[in-house]
Design a protein around this ligand. Structure first.
Ligand SMILES: Nc1nc2c(ncn2[C@@H]2O[C@H](COP(=O)(O)OP(=O)(O)OP(=O)(O)O)[C@@H](O)[C@H]2O)c(=O)[nH]1
Ligand SMILES: [Mg+2]
Length: 120
């Protein structure tokens, strides 16, 4: 099952990802964690797939001369472009009981990204 943490900036998505995944693991479930927030600085859990390995918001700002919001929009496009790489990752191959997906606070970016991922 995929569990998507969706919410406004600072609403607790990352914290819930950490604590919910820890709780599920304690119940004996096999849990994968995905970080889809390219703007995250520090995350309190160990992701199985981390979008920041592909790009970060800071890199996009520097590379394309964008502000933080523009970089998030660019990130949204990039996640679509990188979708083959993302979705072919083992964490999406349904070998986990639960895959928790942490998303950016920019909900429109998260929504674009997930509409692709969930359709595929
Ligand atoms: N009071 C309270 N604070 C919380 C709760 N969950 C998270 N926080 C705090 O709220 C702040 C933001 O939490 P995050 O988990 O980083 O929120 P987020 O939605 O991932 O934030 P962004 O990724 O920046 O959109 C942190 O200081 C957390 O410690 C909660 O249930 N209650
Ligand atoms: Mg977060």
């Amino acid at each position: 099952m995929f569990v998507v943490m969706l919410g406004t900036a600072g609403s607790g998505k990352t914290s819930l990802t950490k604590y919910y995944s820890e709780w599920l693991k304690k119940q004996g479930y096999n849990v994968g964690i995905v970080n889809l927030d390219p703007g995250a600085k520090v995350i309190p859990y160990k992701p199985d797939f981390d979008v920041r390995k592909l790009f970060t918001v800071e890199e996009l700002m520097a590379k394309y001369g964008l502000g933080p919001n523009g970089a998030f929009m660019k990130a949204s496009d990039m996640i679509l472009e990188y979708s083959d790489k993302t979705l072919s990752h083992e964490v999406f191959k349904r070998r986990y009981d639960f895959v928790i997906i942490d998303t950016p606070g920019q909900m429109e970016v998260a929504a674009t990204t997930l509409s692709l991922n969930l359709r595929s």
